[in-house]
Design a binder for this molecule. Structure first.
Ligand code: AMP
Ligand code: MG
Length: 397
């Protein structure tokens, strides 16, 4: 049995960002750049006004002395040079006429009879946004590994880019094993339950930015599992559900052996989710997750999600952690670290956590309304109400 940290280290040391693909800028949000971006343009492209006002030669301005308005320049217009002794009415974003060296805001002027009088004397350069102030050609703007967020998208669009190279999103094949499983659109026969894990796992994959596919249910048969896993290996990542423990009909580990997958571990010191295996084959990552729904969910969060994030090129692969105050006592039993499904809420400056009352690893309702996993350390014993524990936050709170 290995620790959560060691298991995660082994996983992350065996996966690396996937290659690049070209995507439309409008679809790039949340992706990770696979190549650096250098500016090829000046931004702004020319000197322009930061205000609605008057473009002037600063040294010609005297307080209260009107100067004739020679032109009105809107954004999008190309102005003529400014004749000496005149001013131009300019709008925000309008090019500065040649010869002008400052803008006086409209609020600091009085306009009458085609002339503008000034209440202030500007300094040269006032309210002018210089060409290249924002971006100059050749400047390294974004690096490989940078996440594409709305700000990055706006910048790339301004540079005239409509596509960008990003890391591929990992494809994930999900294989549910178990003689008892049926699909949700069938009435379960005697002894059958719906194989719900694949649906929950697919949703977790999508949330992590991966592309899941659910494969047909597989019986608890070594050869059948081997065949299904071999098929699943067309994806970047294979997730199996169930059959990874020590039961008489748990054949996933054997099937992985048959395929030549080197399994790095198959037991992690945590609850829920102790039986879990990970290995690689020809650059593909395979995870054998336990069948209990809570174990499956927690195993995915702790191990699969970071791997998917890394494959997708993300630098940060882990969930944010934050101290939270327990609403009620939690009795920790045994030696393994517990991951307690909880609802965390903000209360003024602190986060408070209510552990879900149903913690059984087979209980589907234990996963409803959960936005955090509380990490209760090994051998913690009784953790009092009000005690501070660490939470992995599954969403922003
Ligand atoms: P296993 O990991 O195969 O020993 O299964 C542990 C428990 O999880 C058993 O009660 C199974 O019936 C249940 N289980 C296995 N696979 C699934 C699944 N895909 N969806 C829901 N429950 C499952
Ligand atoms: Mg089973």
């Amino acid at each position: 049995m290995i620790s959560v940290e060691e298991a995660l280290d082994r996983i992350l040391s065996r996966v690396a960002p996937l290659g690049a693909e070209l995507v439309f800028l409008a679809e790039a949000r949340g992706r990770v750049l696979a190549a650096p971006i250098f500016a090829e343009r000046l931004l702004p492209p020319w000197d322009n006004s930061a205000m609605d006002g008057y473009a002037v030669r600063a040294r010609e301005v005297r307080i209260g002395q009107p100067l004739p308005i020679a032109a009105t320049v809107a954004a999008g217009h190309a102005p003529a040079p400014l004749a000496p002794g005149t001013v131009a009415r300019v709008m925000t974003g309008a090019p500065i006429p040649e010869g002008a060296d400052a803008v006086v805001m409209r609020e600091d002027t009085d306009e009458a009879d085609g002339a503008a009088a000034f209440r202030i004397v500007p300094i040269a350069g006032a309210h002018i946004r210089r060409a290249g102030d924002d971006v100059r050609p050749g400047t390294p703007l974004l690096g490989a590994g940078d996440r594409v967020a709305p700000g990055e998208i706006g910048l790339l669009a301004a540079l005239g880019r409509t596509v960008c190279h990003v890391h591929r999103r990992p494809t994930v094949a999900i294989v549910s094993t178990g003689d008892e499983l049926c699909d949700p659109d069938r009435s379960p026969g005697p002894g059958q339950i719906v194989g719900s894990n694949a649906y929950a796992l697919a949703a977790q994959c999508s949330e992590a930015g991966a592309l899941p596919a659910m494969l047909p249910l597989v019986r608890d048969d070594r050869a059948a599992i081997r065949t299904a896993l071999a098929e699943a290996l067309r994806a970047d990542v294979v997730l199996s559900s169930g059959g990874v423990s020590v039961g008489d009909f748990d054949f996933v580990k054997d099937a992985l052996d048959d395929l030549g997958v080197k399994q790095e571990f198959w037991k992690v010191a945590m609850k829920p989710g102790k039986p879990i295996t990970f290995g690689t084959l020809d650059g593909r990552a395979l995870f054998g997750l336990p069948g209990n729904p809570a174990s499956s969910m927690v195993g995915f969060e702790l191990f699969v999600r970071p791997a998917l994030r890394r494959l997708g090129g993300h630098r940060v692969t882990s969930r944010p952690r934050a101290p939270v105050l327990l609403d009620e006592p939690y009795r920790h039993e045994g030696m393994r670290r517990h991951y307690v499904r909880a609802a965390v809420r903000r209360d003024g400056d602190v986060l408070r956590a209510r552990p879900n009352p149903r913690q059984g690893s087979g209980m589907l309702r234990s996963l409803v309304g959960v936005n955090a996993l509380l990490e209760i350390p090994e051998c913690a014993g009784l953790v009092e109400a009000g005690a501070r524990v660490v939470a992995l936050l599954l969403e922003s709170i």
